[in-house]
Design a protein around this ligand. Structure first.
Ligand code: B4P
Length: 204
């Protein structure tokens, strides 16, 4: 009896927390991910940051990514999935992971499940930051004044929001059906939003 309990305990300790932070462009995924990392000591995988680093290095991947990002389009799923697997394996095993900006399509979500299942892991929860469109546009235009990002301009922002609506937002239902979705009001102070996120994380 005791032996079984110790074995179970070891399994519990091995289980990582895998969180998908989800929302439209400008909803605050990156902002809140940094806070989660600081408080909970999780690893942070931001696919947007990975791609921007490659663009900075002017690598082959960076050249390809630049083409899509500056038009407000998504990088092809198969390429993103390969990148994700290699970043994940460079950081894990670890206490937990924040997936920031991945998945952005249903095929990416299926790939993430497969990648985690192959490592005896699974998505623990998806946290959605819910922000109205006019606020998203004004945040991104504001960020564009200093970010130097080729996608933070009015035309590209419109395109990114439409890509989000058509290709990414169906994931909300997808995670809802699996009972993993938690929606948080992403409008308001960063501290209040973070507090709401912590309430979810502390129950996991
Ligand atoms: P990302 O880097 O993921 O960027 P994002 O969606 O624009 O921003 P985020 O939601 O993280 O907002 P942030 O915290 O910065 O993607 C960029 C591009 O990379 C994509 O368009 C795509 O082309 C490509 N890409 C990335 N992942 C991909 C994938 N999986 N598949 C295919 N392509 C992929 O916040 C925005 C601003 O709001 C900041 O200035 C912040 O200070 C401010 N802000 C945050 N919270 C606030 C609050 N509560 N109140 C007021 N302002 C706030």
């Amino acid at each position: 009896m005791l032996k079984i309990k110790i074995k179970d305990l070891k399994n519990i300790q091995k289980q990582m927390i895998n969180i998908v932070i989800f929302g439209a462009p400008g909803s605050g995924k990156g902002t809140q991910s940094e806070r989660i990392v600081e408080k909970y000591g999780f690893a942070h995988i931001s696919t947007g940051d990975v791609l921007r680093n490659e663009i900075k290095k002017d690598s082959e991947l960076g050249k390809t990514a630049k083409n899509y990002i500056s038009k407000g389009q998504l990088i092809p799923d198969s390429l993103m999935t390969d990148i994700l697997a290699s970043v994940y394996d460079s950081l894990c095993p670890c206490k937990g992971v924040i997936f920031d900006g991945f998945p952005r399509t249903i095929p990416q979500a299926e790939s993430l499940n497969k990648l985690l299942a192959e490592r005896k892991e699974s998505v623990t929860a998806m946290i959605e930051l819910n922000v109205p469109q006019d606020e998203l546009i004004s945040r991104l235009i504001e960020r564009g004044k200093t970010s130097g990002r080729s996608d933070d301009n009015k035309e590209t922002i419109k395109q990114r929001l439409s890509v989000y609506e058509n290709q990414t937002s169906p994931l909300m239902d997808w995670y809802e059906k699996q009972g993993k979705s938690h929606s948080i009001d992403g409008l308001g102070s960063m501290d209040r939003i973070f507090n709401d996120i912590c309430k979810v994380l502390d129950t996991l």
